[in-house]
Design a binder for this molecule. Sequence first.
Ligand SMILES: C[S@@+](CC[C@H](N)C(=O)[O-])C[C@H]1O[C@@H](n2cnc3c(N)ncnc32)[C@H](O)[C@@H]1O
Length: 521
Amino acid sequence: MRSQYLLNTRRWVVRLADQCSQRASLTVSAQAAAANEPVTDLPELVSWVLHRGGRVDGATLANLAGRDGGSGWGLKCTRDVQQGHRLITLPNAAHLTYGANDDPRLLALIEKVPSELWGAKLALQLIAQRLQGGESQFASYVAELPKGFPGIPVFFPRTALDMIDYPPCSQQVKKRCKWLYEFSTEVLARLPGSPEDPFGGVAVDINALGWAMAAVSSRAFRTRGPTQPAAMLPLIDMANHTFSPNAEVLPLEGGGGAVGLFARRAITEGEPLLLSYGQLSNDFLFMDYGFIVEDNPYDSVQLRFDVNLLQAGALVANVSDALGAPLDLAPRTWQLQLLAELGLVGPAANTELNIGGGGPGAELLDGRLLAAARIMVARADGEVSGRGVERLCAVDRPLGRDNELAALRTVGGVLAFALSNFATTLDQDKTLLAGQPVAVPQAGGVGERELPPLASEDEALAVRFRLEKKKILSRALQRVGALSQAAAGNSELRQTAGSAAAKKGSKPAPATGKGFGSKKR
Ligand SMILES: C[S@@+](CC[C@H](N)C(=O)[O-])C[C@H]1O[C@@H](n2cnc3c(N)ncnc32)[C@H](O)[C@@H]1O
């Protein structure tokens, strides 16, 4: 079956090109993505590694579907091994990468890809290897790569894409689709018949490029450092992800680029061999790997700072000034100066704020967000000036009782505002995931419309992704509540005269408009 597949490789890519000419966008390749046919003859991959000069000692491939921390195929330990044991050795010759020995036409094409899209560079090499079929030294490896990558949002149909409902991620998906479309139509489509063509006249279309990009983003390693080409590491790349891995990939000393998969601790026979793909947010896991981790300590909600965001938060939380009027956060010169010191305004400002994402046990609130609120609710610069950026950002070190209560209330309003920007609530998402429909307000606020039960795995993944964002915002709101209680009961905090006060007993008002930032990568 595998050799037949190899013979068909060229035709398979052409078939994707045919599909693309009939359809406009990448989302149409969902069918190809859904066809995540199980890889066949997996032990052959082990033979191939041995044939390429590698070693396998205590590891094998296994179908781990349903096991914790893994999906589909993975690696497992075949005997008890000690910490530091080398389970797989992969010499340089078994790494799928690119370099000076490759076809100059391929290297010239790779050069056309911007350096930050390192995965796309390697994807072009993967396509070249795929088109070589049985002549490629990596034929066995390439043939056993999944034919589709379900869960990766660039392959989602429109309905599932819309369900992500989190602009930093949706925008990033659109950006990726745009790049795939432009590179395939403006660069790849012009290659057949030209002297620059490294693909032997085969039309490589957006679906073929999308497949290769997904294969790379979900499997490649950067063992040679950030400035060197990435590599696919056959067999080792069958290891699934966890944040508490029992294995790790390390370069071999004096190994001329060879790498090994090592046991990080003693591992018993039958245990899955799990790597950490990195301390990644769900945005990265979702977009690059097609899965998310529940209660991921590295996941965050990204907000884009703007004084208007604080103003919206103050309005939502009914923060009033000393005279009881709604707080007006039009910044004064000294406030703008302090916001500039925080790096939140000005030409070189970094306005990205993150709620959560610092790792296990880390502070959920963004110190710069609280500092900005402390500055903006202060009525006189003496309340906040001269403290230094670090002190202003210290979440657990209020400057004064009234200032802190108003600042925390404003931050709570910002979080509630961010939550209100989702089309559904956290509980409604849980209902949807339980297979039930939910009723949500119509756009414009008049009447309700029913959201039907989720229709696909893609839709369920999109809803699980956004549910995790809502959980982070809810936890951050709880944290604000706890900090407010502590500040209110802290008798050592000096009352700061003239500062804005949080109006007690008032409920957050509904808000409209998006306060999310856009994902930069
Ligand atoms: C490097 S591959 C690992 C081998 C893969 N399981 C396979 O069958 O080819 C990475 C892919 O495995 C899956 N995966 C890895 N770790 C996972 C996890 N903790 N939860 C869900 N899926 C996971 C995802 O589909 C991901 O894109």
